[in-house]
Design a protein around this ligand. Structure first.
Ligand code: CO8
Length: 257
């Protein structure tokens, strides 16, 4: 499929998606979200892909939802157009997605990064929910996910003032997993993705599902859910191979079964 707003590549077992609307700082319009959803769907169903990296440009991961597209909307149009639902394909994808963020990740851009499984940030990254400055508010999970990442006080301050946080603050407050020099961002993201893609895919997917469950349930239910999946890993050939390889002091050859 030909894409106009993203670039899509397969690099070995890693699917790489680059947001590509440079003139609009990768503002997320309906076309981009639709293309992103299609690319994610194709990687999700591709057995050869074990992990996905989502990135932007040096200047912007994404500077938010496309303000020019939204500006003429009234309430019925905003409600009926259902612009936000397609974004959910990012958070419902069953394979791991790493957001590699350099430059601005604002509004919907920050929300998009937070829908991924973890965020690797360049030292140039800037995160923020500036919707309040436009007379609106986060609409794609910002008030919910940011609060879970950084806690109420910081999330509230960011959503109410529109202040940006830099990469160091984002790491300190748990929004990003790691900060790396901007020049190394893609290489570091690819290294992490290749590592994940070399593990057992069903076990990787179960692990992702289990960590995500922590956000949606009580501790007791989450522990029970984890235990069921832990037991399920013993139904895979890969668990047998992984443990046998350890005992035989060799590298495991996972077969994704
Ligand atoms: N939408 C549309 N165009 C944008 C956006 C955007 N979010 N951000 C930047 N652009 C465009 C600019 O209009 C400009 O285009 P042009 O050259 O045609 O005027 C071009 O990108 C370059 O931008 P700037 O000249 O402003 O670049 P600067 O380096 O001076 O500034 C900033 C960079 C600080 C990032 C600045 O562009 C900015 O403040 N952008 C807007 C940030 C923002 O408010 N984001 C939140 C948007 S609202 C949102 O995300 C709601 C999400 C809810 C879910 C949505 C579901 C649809």
């Amino acid at each position: 499929m030909g894409y106009e707003t993203i670039r899509v590549e397969k690099r070995g077992k890693v699917g790489l998606i680059t947001l590509d609307r440079p003139k609009a700082l990768n503002a997320l319009n309906a076309q981009l979200i639709s293309e992103l959803s299609a690319a994610l769907d194709s990687f999700e169903t591709d057995d050869r892909i074990g992990c996905i990296v989502l990135t932007g440009s040096e200047k912007a991961f994404a500077a938010g939802a496309d303000i020019k597209e939204m500006q003429p909307f009234d309430y019925p149009k905003s409600y009926m157009s259902d612009l936000i639902t397609p974004w959910e394909r990012v958070s419902t994808n069953r394979k791991p997605i790493i957001a590699a963020v350099a430059g601005y990740a604002l509004g919907g851009g920050c929300e998009l990064a937070m829908m991924c499984d973890f965020i690797l940030a360049a030292d140039t990254a800037k995160f923020g929910q500036p919707e309040i400055t436009l007379g609106t508010m986060p609409g794609s999970g910002g008030t919910q996910r940011l609060t879970r990442f950084v806690g109420k006080s910081k999330a509230m301050e960011m959503c109410l003032t529109g202040r940006m946080m830099d990469a160091q603050e984002a790491e300190r407050s748990g929004l990003v997993s790691r900060v790396v020099p901007a020049d190394d961002l893609l290489e570091e993201a690819m290294k992490a993705a290749e590592k994940i893609a070399d593990f057992s895919l069903p076990v990787v997917m179960m692990t992702k599902e289990s960590v995500n469950r922590a956000y949606e349930t009580t501790l007791a239910e989450g522990i029970r859910f984890e235990r069921r999946l832990f037991h399920a890993t013993f139904g895979t050939e890969d668990q047998s191979e992984g443990m046998t390889a350890f005992i035989e002091k060799r590298a495991p050859q996972f077969r994704n079964k």
